[in-house]
Write a protein that binds this ligand. Structure first.
Ligand SMILES: NC(=O)c1ccc[n+]([C@@H]2O[C@H](COP(=O)([O-])OP(=O)(O)OC[C@H]3O[C@@H](n4cnc5c(N)ncnc54)[C@H](O)[C@@H]3O)[C@@H](O)[C@H]2O)c1
Ligand SMILES: [Zn+2]
Length: 356
């Protein structure tokens, strides 16, 4: 598949064994050296194979592994990655290979964006979330001391290699939470995908490669379409925030104890209910969405969070313009409306309902 952008387009390879294509594709682009940035979990499973493939075609390569988890998206970790690129002498004919989940992709992509004012990089997403979300769109960056993703750049990869085989080693909880985002795509943009998810849930839970291939492909297609229409988040990209208003507030109120996908799942539950109240959305959408989420164990048991803290975090949402929130709410299955205003009392009632 090709992601079409104004200045340039890049390929996304999806399937079992996509990673085997990496060395040859890089050779074709006259790449002479590569730094593979990964985290210690992913490096332990897949690092050797990737390095062996690259050196096998004569690309000078080394691996730099960071600690797993969100802490890796920090300025100090970024600084270590840049030091590694310098010591390795990565020049303009080299590439950075981001091998891992969204954490590694954001960190390594940002390092590539600023090293020598920008070198080429490829994404090799190894989580389902990174495949359908983080690896498409070119947003890269790290967290500041106080806020998530506040330091970053838009920097598009040379190519994305979504190898479904890598998902075999992904822990169950990490795998299932990604369905929060996939259900988001289905309910906001594609009713056909909603049907596929419903029928294929058992196969998807088993990580059946054929079922996964179709769902991952569709997820990437949907995100790519939205991103291509709106590379710098001025308008259409706002649809991707469906479920993220309450979701983000819940993450903050729980001090990020609630994983992103679960928080989004709860946010989707809230947004669909608001859609019924404010956008004439049929009640059946709430039911279909609840059922889809439940099929993947979402939102699941959440740690206790205070309702008033969720509401306070909502008011501080960076997406609020002129102090008032702009909601993304469903009108029907597969269609959302952006920029909806909702009375505060309605928000409070619905947040209370989904949290109880
Ligand atoms: N740039 C974007 O557009 C965008 C979009 C969505 C999310 N993100 C970012 O992505 C990050 C979350 O990414 P994530 O959910 O992929 O989590 P992650 O990268 O933190 O990975 C989750 C865990 O799974 C492990 N892991 C990853 N792949 C594995 C594999 N194949 N086998 C075994 N273990 C594996 C990791 O070591 C880690 O412990 C957040 O920082 C978020 O901000 C970015
Ligand atoms: Zn998200």
């Amino acid at each position: 598949m090709t992601v079409q952008l104004a200045e340039r387009a890049y390929p996304v390879l999806i399937g079992s064994g996509a990673l085997l294509e990496l060395p040859r594709r890089l050779r074709e682009k006259a790449v002479s050296s590569a730094v593979v940035v990964s985290d210690s979990n992913v490096a332990g499973e897949w690092g050797e194979a990737v390095l062996a493939g690259l050196t096998g075609v004569g690309i000078r390569s080394q691996l730099h592994a960071v600690q797993p988890g969100e802490q890796a998206k920090s300025l100090s970790e970024l600084s270590r990655v840049l030091d590694f690129l310098e010591a390795f002498d990565l020049d303009r004919r080299g590439v950075v290979v981001a091998l891992g989940g969204g954490t590694v992709g954001d960190l390594a992509g940002f390092a590539a964006a600023i090293w020598l004012r920008g070198v080429r990089y490829v994404q090799v997403p190894t989580t389902l979330l990174a495949m359908v979300d983080a690896s498409v769109g070119g947003k890269t960056g790290v967290n500041s001391e106080r806020s998530k993703n506040s330091i970053g750049a838009v920097w598009q990869p040379l190519a994305v290699f979504s190898d479904l085989t890598t998902l075999r080693t992904l822990p169950e909880a990490e795998y299932l939470t990604a369905f929060g985002e996939i259900v988001k795509y289905a309910v906001s943009l594609d009713r056909h995908l909603a049907g596929t998810l419903r029928h294929q849930a058992p196969a998807l839970i088993e990580r059946d490669q054929t079922a996964l291939e179709s769902v991952v492909t569709r997820g990437i297609e949907l995100k790519a379409q939205v991103v291509a229409a709106d590379e710098r988040e001025a308008g259409p990209r706002e649809v991707l925030n469906y479920g993220h208003t309450v979701g983000h507030a819940l993450e903050i109120a729980s001090n990020f104890a609630v994983p992103h996908g679960r928080a989004v799942a709860l946010g989707l539950r809230a947004a669909a209910r608001l859609g019924v109240e404010c956008c004439g959305c049929p009640q059946s959408v709430v039911e279909v969405q609840d059922e889809l989420l439940a099929a993947f164990g979402l939102p699941g048991d959440l740690p206790p969070v205070r309702e008033n803290e969720v509401l306070a975090a909502l008011l501080r949402d960076k997406k609020a313009r002129e102090g008032r929130l702009r909601w993304v709410l469903p009108r029907e299955l597969g269609k959302v409306q952006v920029g909806v205003r909702v009375p505060a009392a309605t928000v409070e009632r619905v947040v209370h309902e989904v949290l109880s």
